[in-house]
Design a binder for this molecule. Structure first.
Ligand code: ATP
Length: 254
């Protein structure tokens, strides 16, 4: 029997890893998705495996931005579908965002598995599934350039959790407001997005849902001020300082 309590962040982190591995076994997650998880785990460890002050600020700005959006869309990949399908759908209902499946490594079988998981978890409409409504996002080569004309193509605000830099840059160039969840504050995605939530998506999503509920009672002027007061670059710098401080603390202990 393990001596570490179930609530310990290390144990939680192992449970998250298990979800990803199950997702891989069930055809949702690509091999490359496992590598992305590994990179995320390393940063999560360095950040202290908890939702810090900076993540909370980014989550609040995200809630405000989603509530003010005319047409918000949440982009879903294999990792997200494996990690937190229920919460993503709950969030989409709260902020009236559409869901679009968009994969870096195009694979119809995997796409179908993701759609099935989303439907099993309560999703009604899932975009990115009809070839006739696909459009190309200029500026990227991968399969991710294909987007839905009624989804990401037309959206004003796009949430891209665990995204790659090329697509984030292309979305910004296309005039979208981009929000991401990314544990690496130094990634191109983190640095390019308008709002970066530097936290594990599995933790941050619940905080985002409750923040969205709270802020849904506020008027547009109040929400706009939250967004205007938020400084993504400053927040990212603080994340890096936090990692540096955690490292020096650990080095002293060692
Ligand atoms: P970029 O192209 O933006 O520089 P990258 O090539 O390093 O990024 P990708 O593999 O394209 O990274 O994207 C995965 C990102 O998601 C990584 O930065 C990783 O730290 C992050 N990540 C992985 N798992 C999680 C998670 N559970 N929650 C939040 N972020 C995560």
């Amino acid at each position: 029997m393990s001596l570490i309590p179930k609530s310990h962040p290390r144990v939680k982190s192992l449970l998250i890893r298990e979800k990803l591995v199950n997702g891989f076994d069930n055809g949702l997650v690509a091999k490359e998705g496992l590598l992305a998880q590994g990179r995320g785990e390393a940063f999560d460890y360095l950040l202290g495996e908890k939702t810090g002050k900076t993540a909370k600020l980014a989550i609040r700005a995200t809630a405000a931005q989603l509530l003010l959006a005319k047409m918000p869309v949440i982009s879903i990949n294999g990792n997200v579908a494996a990690l937190c399908p229920k919460q993503i759908i709950k969030l989409s209902k709260h902020v009236k965002a559409k869901l679009e499946v968009n994969l870096f490594y195009a694979n119809e079988k995997r796409k179908k598995a993701i759609i099935k998981t989303l439907k099993n978890n309560g999703a009604k409409e899932i975009l990115g599934t009809n070839k006739k409504s696909s459009r190309r996002l200029p500026g990227i080569d991968s399969a991710r350039r294909i987007v839905d004309k009624d989804g990401i193509y037309a959206a004003d605000v796009v949430v891209v959790p665990l995204e790659d830099g090329d697509r984030t840059i292309a979305l910004r160039k296309a005039g979208k407001t981009v929000i991401t969840f990314d544990l690496n504050p130094l990634s191109r995605t983190s640095q390019t997005a308008n709002i970066t939530i530097v936290d594990n998506v599995t933790r941050a999503i619940d905080v985002l849902i409750s923040e969205s509920k709270k802020l849904s009672k506020k008027n547009p002027k109040y929400l706009r001020k939250i967004i205007d007061d938020f400084d993504n670059k400053k927040n990212l710098t603080e994340n890096v300082i936090q990692i540096k401080n955690n490292l020096s603390r650990r080095a002293r202990i060692a």
